[in-house]
Write a protein that binds this ligand. Structure first.
Ligand SMILES: *Cc1c(COP(=O)(O)O)cnc(C)c1O
Length: 282
C-alpha cells in the first residue's frame, strides 16, 4: 500500500487524515512544493526546499525543519512508495486551530503532509508541443509565494481545459505574467524574453535551470515582460515547470506560433535540460 507523510510519520494512504479546522483547509493558509523524481532520484531538491523556507518566512510561518531534514523525510517517502519516475507534493499549513483569520496565539504546530505520484515524462508533448489560451491574471499581488491559495490558478487552468488547451497564459492588462502553474517565455530573433522575478510571478526552479543552460550555451536571456501580441508574433513560445519541464507551445488562442513547428532555441534548451537532470539529482 502507498503511504503518505503526515508530520514525521508515514501513514497508510487510507488512514491519512487532517483536521477539519486546519488552516490550510479553511483559509488556504499554507505553502507547498512539487519535486520531480527521475530514475528514483530527486531533481533540484535543495532549490525547492530553499524556496519552501522562503515562502514560509514570507507568510510568517515558523518551520522547524532544515533543508536536510526535509530531504530525509521525502526520500524516505519516495523509497517506501518505490517511485522511479514521478514526483512528490509537499505542503505545510499553519496548523489546526479554532477558526479566526488572525494567526493562532499562541502559535500551533504547522501541519506537513506529502504524497507521491508515479508517471512517465511527457515525451510526446515535449516533442510535438501543446496549445495554450490567454486569460486575465486575476490573482493576488504576492504570486512569488508558492501558496496553497490557488483559486486564481485553478480558475485559469479550468478555462484552458474548457477550451481544450494545455495551459492558460495569464496577463495583466495585456502584459504576460505566467501560466497557471508554469513560467512563460517568448523567443524573438534568438533572444528569450520572460517576466522578471518580482511579486507578480513565481520564481520557478525550472526557470532557474533554463538560466543555467543559457549561461552555459550563451543564449541571450532577457528578464523583460512582453505583451500578449508580442507573444503571439514570437518565433517560439514555451512554458516551464517541474512537471512539464520545457514544453513547446505551438498555438496561442488558436493562432499558430511558427507554423506549429517547435523552434530551435526550445530544442536546444530541452537538450541542455537532460544534462542537468543527471548533474542535479540526488
Ligand atoms: C510552481 C509554479 C511554477 C513553476 O515552478 P517550478 O519550480 O519550475 O516547478 C510557475 N508558476 C506557478 C504559479 C507555480 O505555482
Amino acid at each position: 500500500m502507498r503511504k503518505v507523510l503526515i508530520n514525521e510519520r508515514l501513514v497508510e494512504e487510507q488512514d491519512a487524515e487532517v483536521a477539519y479546522n486546519d488552516r490550510g483547509y479553511n483559509f488556504g493558509d499554507g505553502i507547498y512544493e512539487y519535486i520531480r523524481i527521475y530514475d528514483g532520484q530527486l531533481f533540484t531538491v535543495r532549490e525547492h526546499f530553499e524556496r519552501l523556507l522562503r515562502s514560509a518566512t514570507e507568510i510568517g510561518l515558523d518551520l522547524k525543519y532544515s533543508i536536510d531534514d526535509l530531504i530525509k523525510l521525502v526520500k524516505e517517502l519516495a523509497a517506501t512508495n518505490q517511485v522511479t519516475n514521478g514526483g512528490i507534493y509537499l505542503q505545510v499549513t499553519r496548523g489546526a486551530a479554532p477558526r479566526d483569520h488572525a494567526f493562532p496565539t499562541p502559535p500551533v504546530e504547522p501541519v506537513l503532509t506529502a504524497f507521491t505520484r508515479s508517471y512517465d515524462r511527457p515525451f510526446k508533448s515535449l516533442q510535438e508541443g501543446v496549445s495554450a489560451v490567454t486569460t486575465e491574471d486575476i490573482r493576488w499581488l504576492r504570486c512569488d509565494i508558492k501558496s496553497l491559495n490557488l483559486l486564481g490558478n485553478v480558475l485559469a487552468k479550468e478555462y484552458a481545459t474548457k477550451y481544450n488547451a494545455s495551459e492558460a497564459i495569464q496577463h495583466r492588462d495585456g502584459t504576460v505574467t505566467e501560466g497557471s502553474s508554469s513560467n512563460v517565455y517568448a523567443v524573438k530573433d534568438g533572444t528569450i524574453y520572460t517576466h522578471p522575478t518580482n511579486n507578480l510571478i513565481l520564481n520557478g526552479i525550472t526557470r532557474r535551470v533554463i538560466q543555467w543552460i543559457c549561461e552555459d550555451e550563451n543564449i541571450p536571456f532577457k528578464e523583460e515582460a512582453v505583451s500578449v501580441d508580442f507573444l503571439k508574433q514570437a518565433d517560439e513560445v514555451f512554458i516551464s515547470s517541474t512537471s512539464v519541464e520545457i514544453m513547446p507551445i505551438i498555438k496561442v488562442d488558436g493562432e499558430a506560433i511558427n507554423e506549429e513547428i517547435v523552434g530551435k532555441v526550445t530544442r536546444q534548451l530541452q537538450k541542455g535540460f537532460e544534462k542537468y537532470i543527471n548533474s542535479h539529482s540526488e
